[in-house]
Design a protein around this ligand. Sequence first.
Ligand code: FE2
Length: 364
Amino acid sequence: MKNYMPTRVLTGFNILQKNKEIIKGMGKRCFIITSGSSGKLSGAVDDLITILEEFGIKYSIFDGIKQNPSVVSCIEAGRLANEFKADFIVGIGGGSALDASKTAAVVANNPKLDEEGIYKQNWDKKPVPLILIGTTAGTGSEVTYVSVMTNKDGIKKSIHNDDLYARYAFGDPNYTKSMPITVRVSTAIDALAHLLESYFNNNANEISRAYSREGVRLLYPKLKLMAENIDLNDESLETVYNASIIGGLAINITGTVFCHTLGYYFTEEYHLPHGIACCIFTDDLLEYEYENNREYTDEFFNSIQIDRKEMMEVIDSLLPDLNFRLSDEEIERIMPRYTNNNSVKNTYGTMTPDDIKKVLNKLK
Ligand SMILES: [Fe+2]
């Protein structure tokens, strides 16, 4: 049973300050990777700098990571970390900054790596030690061994490698307070997607299913609050953050299913935020499983004491109206992406390309 997770995860309010000795022990030169303003706005960058200065640790900041980061930007960050002779790298931000930091940490010790080498995972030296600090609650990237990047053709493609695990992941719910509400919703439903896609997955095992059940049980009441436009208090913010980490632990074991792989296209082409792009297919997943694997589906919803239909309604209410429709030509054009796709094969049961076509046809 695959269940390997070497990252030490520390969550809670003021968790970074409480564990500043860990930062001290990482070395004398720190390279910080973050995206635009989120690292700064959340307060995480300032908190880290305070600690670095207290211990006399030299630092340099790269804040050029964009959403759905390009491989080029990961290489750039990694080479700059190499030039800076970083002893360790700290990635701060949402999924994009964290995923980019994982690849950058590899490049930092293998500066000649290019895009092809990264996707072929053709590197010799172990990455520079990495710390990840999340500022959104949903991606779970803090604890996964996955880095999703956008390649030179504009296609989102991931690499999976044990070298991508961070040494430490810090999760302070305080840092998630600066998120705009749209980001809060799209990241939280990404966490729900991870938990459900891990459960309804051919790779699911007793451990991953335990994560999924507990994660959904924690997260769902908070999603209902969001659906009712009720602000989340500190306790709820912490719960959402923890549920997102549990989602990361779950998909580390199983991977995701068709919803995520379809979602990538809608992020590339229609710029839907990642969580929204994946969650527009969550209903399809729950419907498919109910039709084809009713006992397994009922067992899940009975065990967490949540009504399946109500959950589908709550998800729908959190999704924006889509301002596009697919044409037959477009569906034909993208179908080859899903004919021999691992995430489609992961879907619990035996999902076929025809099933995928039916799902896409609903968006016509
Ligand atoms: Fe995701």
